[in-house]
Design a binder for this molecule. Structure first.
Ligand SMILES: CC(C)(COP(=O)(O)OP(=O)(O)OC[C@H]1O[C@@H](n2cnc3c(N)ncnc32)[C@H](O)[C@@H]1OP(=O)(O)O)[C@@H](O)C(=O)NCCC(=O)NCCS
Length: 168
């Protein structure tokens, strides 16, 4: 397993990983898969300020993680919002954990002390959404900090959003 900084040339493969979650799940509240060019621009914007890593197995990108701004208000400068996606066929092999382990020291070095992760949530699980993200974040030392009810509508169903928080 190799974890390295993202390159803009990775965009096509990252869109491939992300598209599964946009099209078939409520994990992402986006409805349409971004184009490779749009994704490339997102990478450029994020990497101008925050770390963005990809994980490779046998030279193939199998996941990515990045941090972003939670809010542009100055008082939030020590807080980052996390996003993490693992190729659907490579889940539960420790890739998500390895990427979080790699990105956290970089955020700490920037002076970030507080990590947030937003997870779509429904109870019970349905065919579009499992509790994987919630359970994953709990396993990584996050605790539940907020629970918004029925805040996003996808596939004609309402979904909750839970925020998880971790101090570093
Ligand atoms: C959430 C996600 C990033 C986890 O990545 P992963 O590589 O599968 O996670 P890991 O293998 O490192 O799992 C670490 C621990 O998290 C927990 N966990 C992860 N997936 C789980 C699942 N489906 N069910 C129960 N627990 C789970 C377990 O405690 C696991 O440890 P274990 O396998 O030793 O029991 C991955 O499922 C994913 O990409 N999901 C879609 C995107 C997403 O939801 N991102 C988060 C919101 S931005």
């Amino acid at each position: 397993m190799i974890i390295r900084d993202v390159k803009t040339g990775d965009s096509e493969r990252l869109v491939e990983i992300y598209s599964h979650y946009v099209l078939n799940t409520a994990v992402s509240f986006e409805y349409e898969v971004p184009s490779v060019e749009e994704f490339r621009q997102r990478i450029e914007k994020i990497t101008s300020k925050y770390p963005y890593l990809v994980c490779l197995i046998d030279d193939k990108i199998v996941g990515y993680v990045y941090a972003g701004e939670y809010s542009s208000r100055t008082a939030y400068s020590w807080t980052a919002a996390m996003s993490i996606y693992v190729d659907k066929d490579y889940r539960r092999q420790g890739i998500g954990s390895a990427m979080y382990k790699a990105i956290e020291p970089k955020l700490k070095d920037m002076g970030i002390v507080n990590l947030l992760a937003g997870s779509a949530y429904c109870e019970p699980e349905d065919e579009y959404l499992t509790h994987a993200s919630s359970l994953f974040h709990m396993s990584q030392g996050y605790s539940e900090a907020a629970h918004f009810k029925k805040i996003g509508k996808k596939f004609d169903r309402w979904y909750d959003l839970k925020w998880y928080q971790k101090g570093i």
